[in-house]
Design a protein around this ligand. Structure first.
Ligand code: SIN
Length: 319
Protein backbone atom coordinates (compact mmCIF):
# COMPACT_ATOMS: atom_id res chain seq x y z
CA UNK A 1 0.00 0.00 0.00
CA UNK A 2 2.82 2.43 0.88
CA UNK A 3 4.14 2.46 -2.68
CA UNK A 4 0.82 3.87 -3.90
CA UNK A 5 1.26 7.07 -1.91
CA UNK A 6 3.38 9.92 -3.19
CA UNK A 7 5.04 12.22 -0.65
CA UNK A 8 3.05 15.04 -2.27
CA UNK A 9 -0.19 13.34 -1.23
CA UNK A 10 0.81 13.39 2.46
CA UNK A 11 -0.39 16.32 4.53
CA UNK A 12 0.93 17.31 7.94
CA UNK A 13 -1.71 20.02 8.35
CA UNK A 14 -3.58 20.12 11.63
CA UNK A 15 -6.00 22.24 13.64
CA UNK A 16 -5.65 23.67 17.12
CA UNK A 17 -8.72 25.37 18.55
CA UNK A 18 -10.13 25.46 15.02
CA UNK A 19 -7.01 27.31 13.84
CA UNK A 20 -5.39 25.75 10.78
CA UNK A 21 -1.65 25.02 10.86
CA UNK A 22 0.04 24.10 7.56
CA UNK A 23 2.32 21.71 9.47
CA UNK A 24 1.89 20.01 12.84
CA UNK A 25 5.56 20.72 13.72
CA UNK A 26 6.51 24.04 15.29
CA UNK A 27 8.75 25.62 17.92
CA UNK A 28 8.44 25.25 21.67
CA UNK A 29 8.30 28.43 23.69
CA UNK A 30 11.82 28.83 25.04
CA UNK A 31 14.71 28.66 22.60
CA UNK A 32 15.22 31.17 19.80
CA UNK A 33 11.83 32.88 20.01
CA UNK A 34 12.59 35.96 22.13
CA UNK A 35 13.49 38.64 19.59
CA UNK A 36 11.78 40.01 16.49
CA UNK A 37 14.54 38.52 14.32
CA UNK A 38 14.12 35.08 15.87
CA UNK A 39 10.34 35.16 15.45
CA UNK A 40 10.67 36.26 11.81
CA UNK A 41 13.14 33.41 11.22
CA UNK A 42 10.52 30.96 12.51
CA UNK A 43 7.98 32.66 10.23
CA UNK A 44 10.21 32.10 7.20
CA UNK A 45 10.93 28.45 8.11
CA UNK A 46 8.84 25.30 7.67
CA UNK A 47 7.53 25.65 11.24
CA UNK A 48 3.74 25.22 11.25
CA UNK A 49 3.21 28.14 13.65
CA UNK A 50 5.17 30.86 15.41
CA UNK A 51 5.19 30.68 19.21
CA UNK A 52 6.75 33.47 21.30
CA UNK A 53 8.93 33.19 24.35
CA UNK A 54 6.85 33.26 27.54
CA UNK A 55 6.08 36.91 28.17
CA UNK A 56 5.83 38.77 31.43
CA UNK A 57 4.35 42.24 31.97
CA UNK A 58 7.74 43.96 32.01
CA UNK A 59 10.96 43.07 30.20
CA UNK A 60 13.15 40.66 32.23
CA UNK A 61 16.86 39.92 32.05
CA UNK A 62 16.34 36.46 33.57
CA UNK A 63 18.84 34.47 35.61
CA UNK A 64 22.65 34.86 35.54
CA UNK A 65 24.68 32.89 32.96
CA UNK A 66 25.68 30.20 32.25
CA UNK A 67 22.01 29.25 32.31
CA UNK A 68 21.61 26.80 29.37
CA UNK A 69 23.89 23.81 28.73
CA UNK A 70 23.53 21.21 25.98
CA UNK A 71 24.65 17.69 26.84
CA UNK A 72 24.80 14.41 24.94
CA UNK A 73 21.31 13.40 26.02
CA UNK A 74 19.60 16.78 26.18
CA UNK A 75 19.73 20.07 27.97
CA UNK A 76 19.53 21.73 31.35
CA UNK A 77 18.35 25.31 31.65
CA UNK A 78 17.48 27.86 34.22
CA UNK A 79 16.78 30.84 32.01
CA UNK A 80 14.39 32.55 34.46
CA UNK A 81 12.01 33.89 31.82
CA UNK A 82 14.24 36.42 30.08
CA UNK A 83 11.93 38.22 27.64
CA UNK A 84 11.18 41.60 26.11
CA UNK A 85 7.86 42.11 27.90
CA UNK A 86 4.45 41.21 26.48
CA UNK A 87 3.94 44.45 24.56
CA UNK A 88 6.77 43.73 22.15
CA UNK A 89 5.42 40.25 21.37
CA UNK A 90 1.88 41.60 21.01
CA UNK A 91 2.98 44.47 18.75
CA UNK A 92 4.89 42.06 16.51
CA UNK A 93 1.67 40.19 15.74
CA UNK A 94 0.78 42.45 12.80
CA UNK A 95 4.05 41.91 10.94
CA UNK A 96 4.18 38.19 11.80
CA UNK A 97 0.75 37.89 10.20
CA UNK A 98 2.57 38.17 6.84
CA UNK A 99 3.57 34.51 7.20
CA UNK A 100 1.08 31.88 6.21
CA UNK A 101 0.76 30.38 9.68
CA UNK A 102 -0.74 31.30 13.05
CA UNK A 103 1.08 33.29 15.71
CA UNK A 104 0.65 32.06 19.28
CA UNK A 105 1.81 34.01 22.32
CA UNK A 106 3.10 32.31 25.42
CA UNK A 107 2.27 34.12 28.67
CA UNK A 108 3.90 33.50 32.02
CA UNK A 109 3.02 36.38 34.32
CA UNK A 110 5.07 36.77 37.50
CA UNK A 111 1.86 36.81 39.53
CA UNK A 112 -1.78 35.85 39.31
CA UNK A 113 -2.78 39.45 38.52
CA UNK A 114 -0.04 39.84 35.93
CA UNK A 115 -1.38 36.87 33.96
CA UNK A 116 -4.90 38.29 34.04
CA UNK A 117 -3.73 41.77 33.02
CA UNK A 118 -1.69 40.49 30.07
CA UNK A 119 -4.44 38.20 28.80
CA UNK A 120 -6.98 41.03 29.02
CA UNK A 121 -4.66 43.32 27.02
CA UNK A 122 -4.07 40.72 24.31
CA UNK A 123 -7.75 40.94 23.36
CA UNK A 124 -6.77 44.09 21.44
CA UNK A 125 -4.45 42.26 19.03
CA UNK A 126 -6.31 40.76 16.12
CA UNK A 127 -3.40 38.69 14.78
CA UNK A 128 -2.60 36.74 17.91
CA UNK A 129 -4.35 33.45 17.15
CA UNK A 130 -4.22 31.90 20.61
CA UNK A 131 -2.46 32.12 23.97
CA UNK A 132 -0.39 29.39 25.62
CA UNK A 133 -0.59 30.08 29.35
CA UNK A 134 2.58 28.72 30.92
CA UNK A 135 1.70 26.99 34.19
CA UNK A 136 5.05 25.29 34.46
CA UNK A 137 8.23 27.39 34.44
CA UNK A 138 10.51 25.74 37.04
CA UNK A 139 13.22 28.39 36.95
CA UNK A 140 12.18 31.50 38.81
CA UNK A 141 13.80 31.37 42.26
CA UNK A 142 11.15 31.30 44.96
CA UNK A 143 8.23 30.91 42.52
CA UNK A 144 6.47 27.52 42.48
CA UNK A 145 5.16 25.90 39.29
CA UNK A 146 1.44 26.72 39.22
CA UNK A 147 0.62 23.44 37.48
CA UNK A 148 1.60 21.47 40.59
CA UNK A 149 -0.97 23.35 42.68
CA UNK A 150 -4.34 22.20 41.40
CA UNK A 151 -6.42 24.73 43.36
CA UNK A 152 -4.18 27.60 42.29
CA UNK A 153 -4.47 26.44 38.68
CA UNK A 154 -8.24 26.38 38.99
CA UNK A 155 -8.40 29.89 40.48
CA UNK A 156 -6.09 31.25 37.80
CA UNK A 157 -8.13 29.66 35.01
CA UNK A 158 -11.34 31.09 36.51
CA UNK A 159 -9.82 34.58 36.47
CA UNK A 160 -8.30 34.18 33.02
CA UNK A 161 -11.46 32.85 31.40
CA UNK A 162 -13.43 35.73 32.92
CA UNK A 163 -11.43 38.15 30.71
CA UNK A 164 -10.19 36.04 27.78
CA UNK A 165 -11.46 36.67 24.27
CA UNK A 166 -8.98 34.40 22.48
CA UNK A 167 -8.50 30.64 22.61
CA UNK A 168 -6.45 29.76 25.70
CA UNK A 169 -4.27 26.69 26.07
CA UNK A 170 -2.05 25.67 28.96
CA UNK A 171 1.54 24.48 29.08
CA UNK A 172 1.72 21.83 31.74
CA UNK A 173 4.60 20.53 33.81
CA UNK A 174 5.25 16.78 33.66
CA UNK A 175 3.17 14.67 36.03
CA UNK A 176 4.42 11.34 37.32
CA UNK A 177 1.65 9.97 39.49
CA UNK A 178 -1.68 8.67 38.16
CA UNK A 179 -3.85 10.64 40.66
CA UNK A 180 -2.06 13.83 39.64
CA UNK A 181 -2.97 13.33 35.97
CA UNK A 182 -6.57 12.90 37.04
CA UNK A 183 -6.56 15.91 39.35
CA UNK A 184 -5.23 18.22 36.64
CA UNK A 185 -7.59 16.73 34.05
CA UNK A 186 -10.55 17.43 36.31
CA UNK A 187 -9.47 21.08 36.59
CA UNK A 188 -9.02 21.42 32.82
CA UNK A 189 -12.34 19.71 32.12
CA UNK A 190 -14.14 22.55 33.90
CA UNK A 191 -12.92 25.20 31.44
CA UNK A 192 -13.14 25.74 27.67
CA UNK A 193 -9.41 25.06 27.27
CA UNK A 194 -8.35 25.03 23.60
CA UNK A 195 -5.21 22.95 24.01
CA UNK A 196 -2.81 21.45 26.55
CA UNK A 197 0.90 21.35 25.78
CA UNK A 198 2.60 18.38 27.44
CA UNK A 199 5.29 18.88 28.72
CA UNK A 200 7.55 21.65 29.93
CA UNK A 201 11.04 20.62 31.06
CA UNK A 202 11.36 18.20 33.98
CA UNK A 203 12.02 20.70 36.73
CA UNK A 204 15.00 20.90 39.02
CA UNK A 205 17.37 18.30 37.66
CA UNK A 206 21.09 18.51 38.31
CA UNK A 207 23.90 18.01 35.79
CA UNK A 208 27.46 17.66 37.05
CA UNK A 209 30.84 18.36 35.47
CA UNK A 210 32.95 15.66 37.09
CA UNK A 211 36.28 17.17 36.03
CA UNK A 212 35.42 20.41 37.78
CA UNK A 213 33.37 18.61 40.45
CA UNK A 214 30.78 21.35 40.00
CA UNK A 215 27.33 22.01 38.67
CA UNK A 216 27.12 23.29 35.07
CA UNK A 217 24.68 26.21 35.33
CA UNK A 218 24.88 29.14 37.69
CA UNK A 219 21.30 29.82 38.91
CA UNK A 220 19.76 27.93 41.84
CA UNK A 221 23.04 26.12 42.71
CA UNK A 222 22.86 24.28 39.38
CA UNK A 223 19.25 23.05 39.54
CA UNK A 224 17.40 23.45 36.24
CA UNK A 225 14.79 22.15 33.82
CA UNK A 226 15.80 19.04 31.89
CA UNK A 227 14.90 18.75 28.20
CA UNK A 228 15.81 16.65 25.18
CA UNK A 229 16.14 12.89 24.61
CA UNK A 230 16.07 12.07 28.26
CA UNK A 231 12.51 13.30 28.80
CA UNK A 232 10.77 11.67 25.81
CA UNK A 233 9.22 8.74 27.76
CA UNK A 234 7.79 11.15 30.35
CA UNK A 235 6.51 13.46 27.61
CA UNK A 236 4.85 10.56 25.77
CA UNK A 237 3.21 9.38 28.99
CA UNK A 238 1.79 12.84 29.65
CA UNK A 239 0.52 13.24 26.07
CA UNK A 240 -1.09 9.80 26.23
CA UNK A 241 -2.65 10.25 29.65
CA UNK A 242 -4.12 13.69 28.94
CA UNK A 243 -5.32 12.56 25.50
CA UNK A 244 -7.15 9.72 27.22
CA UNK A 245 -8.52 11.82 30.07
CA UNK A 246 -9.55 14.81 27.93
CA UNK A 247 -10.43 13.17 24.64
CA UNK A 248 -14.17 13.72 24.96
CA UNK A 249 -13.55 17.45 24.52
CA UNK A 250 -12.55 19.46 21.48
CA UNK A 251 -9.21 20.07 23.12
CA UNK A 252 -5.95 19.46 21.28
CA UNK A 253 -2.95 17.90 23.00
CA UNK A 254 0.36 19.31 21.85
CA UNK A 255 3.36 17.07 22.38
CA UNK A 256 6.66 18.55 23.50
CA UNK A 257 9.68 16.70 24.85
CA UNK A 258 12.53 14.79 23.26
CA UNK A 259 11.55 15.31 19.62
CA UNK A 260 14.55 15.45 17.31
CA UNK A 261 13.41 13.40 14.31
CA UNK A 262 10.36 12.22 12.41
CA UNK A 263 10.01 9.03 14.46
CA UNK A 264 9.89 10.99 17.73
CA UNK A 265 7.14 13.17 16.22
CA UNK A 266 5.31 10.05 14.99
CA UNK A 267 5.37 8.60 18.53
CA UNK A 268 3.91 11.77 20.04
CA UNK A 269 1.10 11.84 17.46
CA UNK A 270 0.41 8.13 17.98
CA UNK A 271 -0.05 8.94 21.68
CA UNK A 272 -2.63 11.59 20.77
CA UNK A 273 -0.79 14.81 19.93
CA UNK A 274 -2.44 17.05 17.32
CA UNK A 275 0.84 18.94 16.91
CA UNK A 276 4.37 18.77 18.26
CA UNK A 277 6.80 21.41 19.49
CA UNK A 278 10.58 21.30 19.18
CA UNK A 279 12.72 22.76 22.00
CA UNK A 280 16.21 21.40 22.74
CA UNK A 281 16.69 20.17 19.17
CA UNK A 282 15.59 23.55 17.74
CA UNK A 283 18.14 25.25 20.01
CA UNK A 284 20.82 22.93 18.58
CA UNK A 285 19.92 22.92 14.90
CA UNK A 286 18.05 26.17 14.33
CA UNK A 287 15.12 26.63 11.92
CA UNK A 288 16.21 23.96 9.36
CA UNK A 289 15.12 21.31 11.87
CA UNK A 290 11.43 21.88 11.06
CA UNK A 291 11.87 20.86 7.40
CA UNK A 292 14.08 17.89 8.30
CA UNK A 293 11.59 16.51 10.83
CA UNK A 294 8.74 17.18 8.38
CA UNK A 295 10.48 15.16 5.63
CA UNK A 296 11.28 12.32 8.03
CA UNK A 297 7.72 12.17 9.34
CA UNK A 298 6.30 12.17 5.80
CA UNK A 299 8.61 9.29 4.83
CA UNK A 300 7.43 7.26 7.83
CA UNK A 301 3.79 7.98 6.92
CA UNK A 302 4.40 6.96 3.31
CA UNK A 303 5.97 3.71 4.49
CA UNK A 304 2.96 3.02 6.69
CA UNK A 305 0.37 4.11 4.12
CA UNK A 306 -0.91 7.16 6.03
CA UNK A 307 -2.10 10.31 4.21
CA UNK A 308 -2.74 12.57 7.21
CA UNK A 309 -1.93 12.64 10.90
CA UNK A 310 -5.57 11.81 11.66
CA UNK A 311 -4.91 8.36 10.18
CA UNK A 312 -2.85 7.43 13.26
CA UNK A 313 -3.36 10.17 15.85
CA UNK A 314 -4.11 8.66 19.26
CA UNK A 315 -4.26 5.12 17.87
CA UNK A 316 -1.57 3.67 20.12
CA UNK A 317 -2.39 0.00 20.78
CA UNK A 318 -2.19 -2.00 23.99
CA UNK A 319 -0.59 -5.42 23.82
C1 SIN B 1 12.79 29.81 31.47
O1 SIN B 1 12.76 30.90 30.90
O2 SIN B 1 13.30 29.64 32.58
C2 SIN B 1 12.21 28.61 30.76
C3 SIN B 1 10.77 28.78 30.59
C4 SIN B 1 9.99 27.59 31.00
O3 SIN B 1 10.54 26.54 31.32
O4 SIN B 1 8.76 27.70 31.02
Amino acid sequence: MSNDISLNDISLSTKIAGIALPSCIYNASGPLCSTADELHAIGKSASGAILSKSATLAKRAGNPSPRYIDTKWGSINSMGLPNEGYELYANLSNELNAYDKPYFMSVSGMSFDENVTIIKELANFEHISAIELNLSCPNVPGKPQAGYDFEQSRSLLEAVFAVATKPIGVKLPPYFDMPHFEMMASVLNDFPIAFATCINSIGNGLVIDTSLESVVIKPKHGFGGIGGDFIKPTALANVRKFYTLLSDKKLAIIGCGGIKNGMDAFEHILCGASAVQIGTHFMREGTPCFKTIENELKSIMKEKGYHSIDDFKGKLKDI
